[in-house]
Structure formats: C-alpha cells, structure tokens
Write a protein that binds this ligand. Structure first.
Ligand code: ZN
Length: 163
C-alpha cells in the first residue's frame, strides 16, 4: 500500500484550478500531472496543508483563501519604472514576470501590470493575488522522497528537476 501524503513524500496529483468568476486558470487533467515534494513549499500553503493525510486514488475539492494562496492584493506593491530598465531585446507584455531583487537582496518576482508610453507599471502581487483558489484534485501517486530530494527541496526525475 502507498503511504498517505505527509512531509517528505513525493506526491503526484492532477488538478484543476477554478477562480471565483468561474474561469479555469490551470488544468492538468488530460495532460501531465504535477509532481511536488510535500512540506517543501513547492505549492501554495493552503493546498499543501489540506492535502496532508490524503491517499492515492482520492479525489477532492479544496478551497484555498487568498491569504493561504498567492496572498492578498497589496496596492502598495506597485512601482513605475522606465522601459529602459528592461533588456532592450525583450518585447514587453502585460503579465510577463521578471526576477528582481528585494529590499534585502533576495530574489523577488514581479509582474508587468500595465504599459504606458515609456513607463512600465510592475507589481510584486502574483497575478492571482487576492483570489480564492478552488481546486479539484486527484491524488495519482505518493512515494517517499530520496535523501537528495529532501536536501534540495524539490523532486528529481519525471515531472521534476533533471540535474
Ligand atoms: Zn535537485
């Protein structure tokens, strides 16, 4: 028998993510499933918490409030920067993400919210910040992680990192 989902296990799931307006933001059914390491913050905290203890073969509906998903929307997390601050060979588009440095030098993703003339409005809010996330989940597989996977904090092999 496969173990139940617990920290330090590699978990394979199919998922469909529906937002409150009914739009489907992401759907793995019919494609490749998601493989992640439980307890390593590979997925949003509210989903990770509610998957704990689940068994292979279970299907479930999981509702994750914004605070446990991609965070509440913070209007203060917007900034206007000149287009010249971006690489000249990139065709800037709304929704594109870039890696920048936070206040303490840590890597921080930002997204382009809008473009105006030679100005770019970027935001540190994830595009799904402020949204409740409604998941349909099917637990496909659970196995114990290898020591290397635990050390790295991510999955190796199919659906994971290759290095
Ligand atoms: Zn690794």
């Amino acid at each position: 028998m496969k173990p139940a989902i617990a920290d330090g296990h590699v978990v394979t799931i199919h998922y469909r993510l529906t937002l409150d307006d009914g739009s489907i933001a992401d759907d793995s059914f019919g494609g490749d499933p998601l493989v992640y390491l439980q307890g390593a913050q590979n997925i949003v905290p509210g989903l990770e918490r509610q998957l704990k203890g689940r068994q292979v073969g279970e299907t479930l509906e999981v509702t994750v409030p914004a605070a446990e998903g991609y965070g509440e929307y913070d209007p203060a997390a917007e900034q206007t920067v000149p287009k010249t601050a971006f690489p000249p060979n990139v065709d800037l588009q709304v929704g594109m993400s870039f890696q920048t440095k936070g206040r303490n030098g840590q890597p921080m993703p930002v997204w382009i919210r809008s473009l105006k003339d030679d100005q770019v409005i970027v935001t540190a809010n994830h595009p799904m910040a402020g949204q409740q996330l409604n998941f349909k989940i099917e637990v496909v597989d659970v196995r114990r992680a290898t020591n290397d996977e635990k050390k790295h904090g991510h999955v190796h092999g199919p659906g994971g990192h290759h290095h």
